[in-house]
Ligand binder design. Sequence first.
Ligand code: NAP
Ligand code: ZN
Ligand code: ZN
Length: 354
Amino acid sequence: MFTCVGYAAQNASAPLAPITFQRRACGPKDVQIDITYCGVCHSDIHTVRSEWGPSAYPCVPGHEIIGRVAKTGSDVTRFKEGDLVGVGCMVNSCRHCESCEAGLEQYCDALPTWTYNSPDPVAPVEGDHTYGGYSRSIVVDDHFVLRVPENLDPAAAAPLLCAGITTWSPLAHWKVGPGHKVGIVGLGGLGHMAVKFAVALGAEVTLFTTSPSKVEDGKRLGAHRVVISRDAEAMKAEANRFDFILDAVSADHDVNEYLGLLRQDGHMVLVGLPEKPMSVGTFALVGKRRSLAGSAIGGIQETQEMLDFCGKHNITSDIEMIDINQINHAYDRVLRSDVKYRFVIDMASLPATA
Ligand code: NAP
Ligand code: ZN
Ligand code: ZN
């Protein structure tokens, strides 16, 4: 094992601060990665603040990891020292349940080992949990390491590992493409990637935002239409229009306002994970055979497909780069919906020791 520097919260109300912790040594099937950039996902904030139930502390978040391979284990053939690689939300899974066999490790019956704040069966300190990418380096089983196209700006590629795959996977699963009218709800980290992908896939894209200041950005990102979701008249005019709506909102809100915007047999898919359960009006679903579904990140194979698509079409995230000591301020801005459109931490700014 070796000592690693990172940034952690010590409890649900503490700011993030430097810490040292232990990582396992690089084993035969492992890839050891020097982390260069890490994106800041709203899930980091939900977890750090125990909004989804009690978290394990110290909590080192970060699951939009980009770096260079520092070392590979003796059984690893797919990677070599110096390769540009990424790690997303998972670092392991059971590998043999129905979901794992289908390449959908995120739905593993035994639950995947999440990149941070997850019980870690191979922790160097028995009973410890996983530590994420707000840190100097990480050791990951090679199955969960992604190849990042070298033509992409590595910092702007970091958010692809969560915001990217989380929006790509449902668009691919529900086969969104030319001729489809698609609504994207919320222009944050996930929402802005959803707009880019839905446009690249050939759909007619309408952005729903609560922020009038984001109308121009929505159009610049490719949305064909933008609707201010707090304008009741404007929302009424959208009734029965959409084949597919992707909801990427982080806070409690009323989904029923969107169900009525689906046409017959339309699908609404939730990727946002607000703290509280929501209530759903059954008449809106039953009345036009609409469906409401959810979707979690994406499998490893489809994450690689998404990264390759981004390499081919030169798609990355719109980012604001920060030093690690600005992270607490960045969290405040995310909570105010004031991020254009993903914070990415430059890991060169980590202190040498805690
Ligand atoms: P984000 O950057 O904070 O974006 C969330 C957006 O939601 C905001 O920019 C805002 O867009 C909108 N919003 C915020 N408060 C709102 C409110 N009270 N009412 C209506 N809209 C509101 O967050 P993110 O990183 O994209 O993550 C979004 C959600 O997805 C989080 O809950 C996160 O945990 C979850 N997530 C899920 C998965 C998965 O696998 N399913 C993966 C990653 C993240 P406007 O200003 O445009 O209204
Ligand atoms: Zn995330
Ligand atoms: Zn499994």
